[in-house]
Design a protein around this ligand. Structure first.
Ligand code: KG4
Ligand code: ZN
Length: 305
């Protein structure tokens, strides 16, 4: 049985995240899952400023890393592997995580591994779901909206991809127009709970969110109520996701990851329509270091490849 301690460092965008994962007899146990967001820093600009994000990672990452080890009650010498997000993401932010991980690797003679952020989101539900490939994986986040087919852990095919904006971007941009704080996704979910009312919105013919973004911004300018816009937006995107997934095999499991996977309405709709669907727990939906450590474990040590 495999016993390891794996650290995951995630700095692809605006959250400084360090996760410590213990693999005990082949089973994952989360020892620490720390995230420091930069929402206040970027909020005044209405979106993420790459240079500000990178500088903030430089000053915060060493502290977050130290705190994660303290919380986990481990020392650097106990670590078996350090994983970091290598791509895709903001170049400056990614470099901070990579240099930090590799610096630790050199200083303490530890192996390091670069991880694909999308794949880490896509495999995150496997922390709790006892699923083996093949499976589909839907990634819905602020930067990506993609449906992947995993034949095994190390090889996947992109089946569908948004042709323009990501789903989280739709929520964040419409939210910003309506005066909601960044990131707007959780606030939109909260607002939608205040009403049953919704507007009939026709679905774009392809996986796309920029037309919807313009449509909802116009509805806001025309004076429609915020909660009705939020409710309608959640409904139409759930319809679009279900239509996209239903184009593919119905007899293999579907994993769903990424920040928008935290949305309980979307979870409910997908669970009602799709037989075998798995979401990560709440702290693992949005960017985090645990998914990076877990993906590294699956790639390096796992036996079901
Ligand atoms: O995965 P993530 O943390 O970062 C990226 O890789 O992009 O996703 C962030 C996105 C943001 O667009 C945010 O508004 C959205 O996830 N989000 C939500 C919820 N929580 C976060 N969207 C809808 N409902 C939520 N509860
Ligand atoms: Zn992400």
């Amino acid at each position: 049985m495999i016993n390891k301690i794996i650290v995951g460092i995630e700095t692809s965008c605006d959250d400084t995240c360090v996760g410590v994962l213990r693999i005990l007899n082949g089973k994952p146990i989360i020892l620490a899952n720390l995230k420091v967001n930069q929402n206040i820093l970027h909020g005044k600009y209405g979106g993420i400023v790459p240079e500000v994000a990178a500088r903030s990672h430089v000053s915060r990452l060493p502290h977050v890393f130290r705190e994660a080890l303290t919380l986990s009650k481990i020392s650097i010498e106990d670590i078996d592997l350090i994983c970091y997000t290598a791509e895709p993401g903001l170049l400056g932010s990614l470099l901070v995580g990579e240099k930090f991980a590799k610096g630790l690797g050199t200083r303490y003679n530890l192996p390091t591994k670069g991880i694909n952020h999308l794949k880490a989101h896509g495999l995150s539900p496997l922390l709790e779901a006892p699923i083996t490939p093949p499976f589909l994986s839907l990634i819905i986040s602020g930067g990506h909206t993609e449906l992947l087919y995993f034949e095994n852990i190390n090889s996947y095919e992109v089946l569908e991809k948004t042709s323009d904006d990501a789903l989280g971007e739709l929520f964040d941009k419409v939210g910003r127009t309506m005066g909601l704080a960044f990131p707007a996704g959780p606030l939109i979910e909260e607002m939608a709970l205040r009403t049953q009312e919704h507007m009939p919105i026709s679905l774009p013919s392809i996986l796309s969110f920029s037309g919807l973004k313009t449509k909802f911004m116009h509805l806001w300018e025309q004076g429609h109520k915020m909660e009705v816009i939020c409710n309608s937006m959640q409904m139409v995107v759930a319809d679009m996701l279900i239509r996209t997934i239903n184009k593919y095999a119905q007899d293999i499991p579907l994993l769903v990851g990424g920040g928008v996977a935290a949305n309980k309405y979307i979870q409910r709709r997908l669970k009602a329509q799709i037989k075998d669907v798995y979401f990560p727990s709440m702290g693992i939906c949005t960017d985090n270091g645990i998914m990076v450590a877990w993906c590294g474990y699956l790639e390096v040590f796992n036996l079901f490849i």
